[in-house]
Design a protein around this ligand. Sequence first.
Ligand code: GDP
Ligand code: MN
Length: 390
Amino acid sequence: MKIHEFQAKELFKKFDIPIPRGKAAFTVDEAKKVAAELGTFPVVVKAQIHAGGRGKGGGVKLAKSAAEAEKYIKQILGMTLVTHQTGPEGKVVKKLLVEEGLNIAKELYMAILPDRSNSTILLMASEAGGMDIEEVAAKTPEKLIKVWVNPAVGFQPYNARALAYQLNFDPEVTKQFITMAGKLYDLFMKYDCSLLEINPLVITKEKKLIALDAKINFDDNALYRHKDVVEFRDLNEEDALEVEASKYNINYIKLDGNIGNMVNGAGLAMATMDTIKLAGASPANFLDVGGGASAEMVENGFRILLSDKNVKGVLINIFGGILRCDILANGVVEAAKKVKLTVPVVIRMKGTNVEQGKKILEESGLPLTVAKDVWDAAEKVAAIAKKAKN
Ligand code: GDP
Ligand code: MN
């Protein structure tokens, strides 16, 4: 799960990690009030969306006066912010963070993430922080300094010292960095984070180390033990269909192809997507209704799948094990009637009572094509995709 910068900074505050003074605001008046209360200029007006690259997209502005602050507040709140992470359609800005502007001497980069290749926690930092960190990582990866922490031992000050020496800090900053790194590690572990990133982490002209930006992602499987994090969830920032699917415990991820597919079991779903690709078409989604899917889940899955306007054809690939093929076929037919089927559907079924299942589908009078096997299904659906394109 992702959260906003202002929420990540609330957690930073809880762990005594230095952040600029500031507050979130949801309306122009609120934002103006926050700016006035800060009592100094410049102030920074920052769009709050679940995507990075806001600075380059015009979503972060430094205001030198109250009038300028008002101008930027009005400009950013409600704008459709397009960044390299939002996709071309962008995201509407509904929240702002208004903060005191700092005297930045240097912008660094700092991140914590699990390193699955060796079961450790990776601390990563760079002197070349700021808005071009992706380019640094791609072109000069040696500028990213890495230190691995054994989670069984936990964070030790020497971990941070090893980073600090390579970042060319002076002793005053090194001390702050070691303390901060320990607190960040604590936060990361206590909250079951999957990513914690500060870009930029700044050294001010007054030699204070401050987290100017904050990004935290959480492990969804551990959310049950972090009620305060669940409170942070912002459905506005999530794909509407993915939110709908999560209500029914359906694993649905929207993709950018035009073949919707519904499969039971994640492994079979992955293989089905590969097969669609191999046949020359592109999946519009990942949808796993689960190994023990009910007819009701099939119906909900169908509805969600067809709500995606890119979908020009559907492939249903089901192994009838826990759920028998005839029951499933009835579910599909019922669902297809209810959702007013507008695109062709190809079905591949295998497993218990497959013959009865096929019969139900074929006699339904609906535009359902029963395929011989997976490859036949993929070819049929690829032909539909091709026709849709022409
Ligand atoms: P992102 O582009 O979405 O990662 O947003 P950031 O929070 O990283 O802000 C982008 C850039 O705005 C930073 O790299 C800074 O250069 C600049 N910025 C943000 N806050 C301040 C500030 O208080 N003072 C100054 N001078 N620049 C700031
Ligand atoms: Mn940033």
